[in-house]
Design a protein around this ligand. Structure first.
Ligand code: BES
Ligand code: ZN
Ligand code: ZN
Length: 497
C-alpha cells in the first residue's frame, strides 16, 4: 500500500475516512468537511452508539443520493486513548483493516484536525498493517487497498515526518520478506546477493561478502563447521554505514543468519518446518542498516552477519568434534542443533577485531527457551551494561517491540569442558542464559554488549509465533528493525548515568 500526503482531498478516491474526535459533548471534525456534512454527521453520531467506544471503532455510511462516495467514520477514542506514538500507529492499523474489509482500492483519510506528525504515524501504522507476502501465490488476492491519500494541515512537514518513518518501515518490510522466504529460495549465497542488491546505491554504505575461502583465511571455524554439512556454502556479510564523524567508534550489529536449521546430525524431531525463520536476527540487522542509510542517521554503524545452512550429511560436523573459533578459543560441539552460537561467536569476534566498536548488539533466534518463557510478548535481553539494558527497554517501549532482561553471568560454569576451552552445552535448563553466557565468551573485556534472543518474536504465526498484533500482520514480524534503529537514533549513551 502506498501513502500520498496532500493538503487537498483526492476527488477520485473510492471512500472517505473521517476521523472523529470527541470534544466535550460534541465532536471535532476535519476542516475538509463542509458545514452541511458536519451537521449531518453530528446528527448521525448523536443517535449512533457503535462509535462511542475505543479508538479504531468505525461506522460505514454508504453513499446516499448525490454523494460521491461512501464514508467510513473512525473514532479516535478519548484523548488519552491516543497518547503515544504506538497508539497512533495502532489507529492507522485499525483504519487499514476497516478499509480492507470494504475491499476498496483507494481512500481519503481526512485528518487535518490532527498534527502532521500524528497523521504520519497513522499512515505508517496503516502501511505496517498492509504487509503481506504473496510472491509465490499464482493468484494474488484481489481488491487490496493500494493507496491511502491523507489530507493534512502542512503537506511538506507531514511528508517529511512520514518519509522518515517510511524508511524504517521499508527496512521492516525487507526483513519480513527475507524471513518469509523458504529455505530452498534463500540460502547463504542468495541471501548475500539479495543484501548486495538491496543495499547498493547508498552513498556512505558499503557491503562486503566473505566466501568460504575468505572464511578459511580468517579462521572462522564456527561458521565453516555449521555450514559444512550443506551443499550450500556459508557466507559472512559485512556492512558499514558511515553516517557519523570519521573518528566516532561505530556501533556493531551482529545477526544469526541460519537460512535453514534442520538441527544437523542432532536432527530436529519436531518443528523443523519453522526453521526457515532462523535467519530472523540477521534480517533485522540488514533491515536496520537499510533504514539507517535511507534516513542518513548521523552515527557510524557496522553490521556482521554469519550465514550458514545447518544440515545433516556425510560431511556434517559431529557431536563431540572440537573446532577452533576465530578468537582462537577451541570449542567442543555437544549438540549440532546449538549452531547459532557458533556462527555468532565468529561474527561477534570479527565485528570487534575489524571495527573496534563502542557497543556490540546481536540479534538471534537462538533458543526455543526464550520463546517459551515470554510467549511472544518480549524478546529476551542479555547485557553486560545496565545503562545499555535501560536504553533497550526504553527504545522497545517507544516502538512497540519489547524486551525483558534475563541473567547470564551466573551460567558460565556450564561451559566447562575436559578437552577444549569451551563446551557449547545446551543444557536442559536455562537454555537462553547458557547460550548468552557462551556468546559472552567472545566479547572482549570493556566492550558494551547486548544480546537479544528473539526466537519467539520473528513470526506471528506457526508453532513459535508471537500472535497477531496491530502493525504486525500474518507471517514474519521484522522484530528488531524498529528497535535497533531507535536505540541508535536515541544516541546510545552507555557510559555513566
Ligand atoms: N534455531 C533454534 C532455536 C529456535 C527455536 C528458534 C524455536 C526459533 C524458534 C536453535 O538453533 C536451536 O535449535 N536451539 C536449541 C538449543 C539446544 C540444542 C541447546 C533449542 O532451543 O532447543
Ligand atoms: Zn538449532
Ligand atoms: Zn538455529
Amino acid at each position: 500500500m502506498d501513502v500520498k500526503i496532500h493538503n487537498e482531498v483526492n476527488k477520485s478516491a473510492d471512500i472517505d475516512v473521517v476521523l472523529v474526535q470527541t470534544q466535550g459533548n460534541g465532536y471535532k471534525f476535519p476542516n475538509t468537511l463542509d458545514g452541511e456534512q458536519k451537521t449531518r454527521l453530528s446528527a448521525i453520531l448523536g443517535r449512533e452508539t457503535t462509535l462511542s467506544g475505543h479508538a479504531g471503532s468505525n461506522l460505514y455510511l454508504p453513499a446516499e443520493n448525490g454523494e460521491e462516495r461512501p464514508l467510513l467514520l473512525v473514532s479516535t477514542g478519548d484523548a488519552q486513548d491516543l497518547g503515544s506514538d504506538i497508539d497512533k500507529e495502532h489507529l492507522g492499523a485499525a483504519i487499514y483493516d476497516a478499509l480492507a474489509s470494504k475491499k476498496v482500492r483507494t481512500a481519503n483519510l481526512h485528518a487535518d484536525h490532527f498534527s502532521n506528525r500524528d497523521v504520519a504515524l497513522m499512515a505508517n501504522g496503516a502501511r505496517l498493517q498492509s504487509y503481506s507476502f504473496d510472491k509465490y501465490k499464482t493468484q494474488p488476492q484481489q481488491g487490496r487497498l493500494s493507496t491511502l491519500f491523507a489530507t493534512v494541515r502542512g503537506e511538506k512537514a507531514a511528508c517529511k515526518e512520514y518519509e522518515q518513518m517510511s524508511a524504517v518501515t521499508d527496512g521492516v518490510f525487507w526483513a519480513r520478506d527475507l524471513v518469509n522466504e523458504p529455505g530452498n529460495k534463500l540460502y547463504p549465497e542468495s541471501y548475500a546477493d539479495d543484501i548486495c542488491h538491496h543495499l547498493s546505491g547508498f552513498d556512505g554504505l558499503t557491503v562486503n561478502v566473505k566466501d568460504v575461502d575468505a572464511l578459511m583465511e580468517m579462521g572462522a571455524g564456527g561458521i565453516l563447521a555449521v555450514g559444512q554439512g550443506s551443499v550450500r556454502p556459508p557466507r559472512m556479510v559485512v556492512m558499514q554505514w558511515q553516517g557519523g564523524e570519521p573518528d566516532e567508534p561505530p556501533v556493531a550489529l551482529v545477526g544469526k543468519g541460519i537460512t535453514f536449521d534442520s538441527g544437523g546430525l542432532n536432527i530436529k524431531t519436531s518443528g523443523m518446518q519453522e526453521m526457515t525463520m532462523d535467519m530472523g536476527g540477521s534480517a533485522s540487522v540488514a533491515g536496520a542498516m537499510m533504514a539507517l542509510a535511507k534516513n542518513r542517521v548521523p552515527h557510524n554503524v557496522v553490521a556482521v552477519i554469519g550465514m550458514a545452512e545447518n544440515m545433516p550429511d556425510a560431511g556434517a560436523y559431529r557431536p563431540g568434534d572440537i573446532i577452533n573459533s576465530m578468537s582462537g578459543k577451541s570449542v567442543r560441539i555437544v549438540n549440532t542443533d546449538a549452531e547459532g552460537r557458533l556462527v555468532l561467536m565468529d561474527s561477534l569476534w570479527h565485528a570487534q577485531k575489524e571495527f573496534n566498536p563502542s557497543t556490540v548488539i546481536d540479534y538471534a533466534t537462538l533458543t526455543g527457551a526464550s520463546a517459551s518463557i515470554f510467549g511472544g510478548k518480549y524478546g529476551a535481553l542479555f547485557s553486560n551494561n545496565e545503562n545499555l539494558s535501560r536504553q533497550f527497554s526504553k527504545a522497545g517501549k517507544q516502538v512497540g517491540e519489547n524486551v525483558w532482561e534475563l541473567p547470564w553471568a551466573d551460567f558460565k560454569g556450564s561451559l566447562k569442558d575436559q578437552g577444549a576451552d569451551l563446551a557449547h552445552k545446551g543444557g536442559a535448563r536455562a537454555g537462553s542464559s547458557v547460550a548468552a553466557a557462551f556468546l559472552n565468551q567472545f566479547i572482549e573485556a570493556g566492550r558494551n554488549w547486548a544480546h537479544i534472543d528473539m526466537a519467539g518474536m520473528a513470526k506471528t504465526d506457526g508453532m513459535w509465533g508471537c500472535g497477531l498484533g496491530p502493525c504486525y500482520p500474518a507471517g514474519a514480524t521484522g522484530y528488531g528493525v524498529r528497535q535497533a534503529v531507535r536505540v541508535i537514533e536515541n544516541g546510545l549513551k552507555v557510559n555513566g548515568p
